[in-house]
Design a protein around this ligand. Sequence first.
Ligand SMILES: [Zn+2]
Length: 263
Amino acid sequence: MIDIGANLLNRQFRSDRAEVLDRAWAAGLTHLIVTATNPEEAAAASALCVAGDNLSCTAGVHPHHAGEVHEAGGDWLGEIRALAASERVCAIGEAGLDFHRKFSPHEAQRAVFAAQAELAAELRLPLFVHDRDSQGGVYDILIGLADDLTGVVIHCFTGSERDLFRYLDVGFLIGVTGWVCDRRRGETLRQLVPQIPLDRLLIETDAPFLLPHGSASPSAHRRRNEPCLLPFIAKFIAQLRGLPTAEIAARTTANAQRLFRLP
Ligand SMILES: [Zn+2]
């Protein structure tokens, strides 16, 4: 199984990252993509990945950081472009729009996201997308580039049925996290997950966030999510779809290998 989104550079993993990775491999994960949310983190993620055979990372600016890079006025896009030359960087991102938590002005978010989408198309790299309550804003930016992008995953999908089918219609893949296990917030997603074609489905933990409801964190950090809980999410999805967990694991692994060109 491949966790396509783990925020291993998050400070919550600072003291025990090696143990977290050991637990992930012991749980049956074969590869893990470290999510980067700004240029400094992408540089650190790329360095971390060189130290481990089964690690890749993204390089990009999360919408929460769009305001600061936009206002700073430096060559943040040039930094991302340089980092993307590393063979351990397998995607541009995470990038997108987040109108739920307003950490960045909407206009800065749109500008920073559009620039990264264009960079992904130019570099022929997949785009790792964050869309939270963008009300079609992410779609509107990507639709103009859909023919030029080599691959897109809408990570941690939490949208509506209309959002889902618009993304599927243009060939994007859908990342599902432990959000699907949440009794209240996950209800819409639970109805939509069986409608995602098996060749478009990816699984991810988004650790340390989104500890799956009903699972137990394996360390003393009791509310922290970890990549080793990915099989819990796979099993949950398998039950929703009435399929063996092994089939969900095999299909999502193949999808991740294809999209991100992983070994
Ligand atoms: Zn995200």
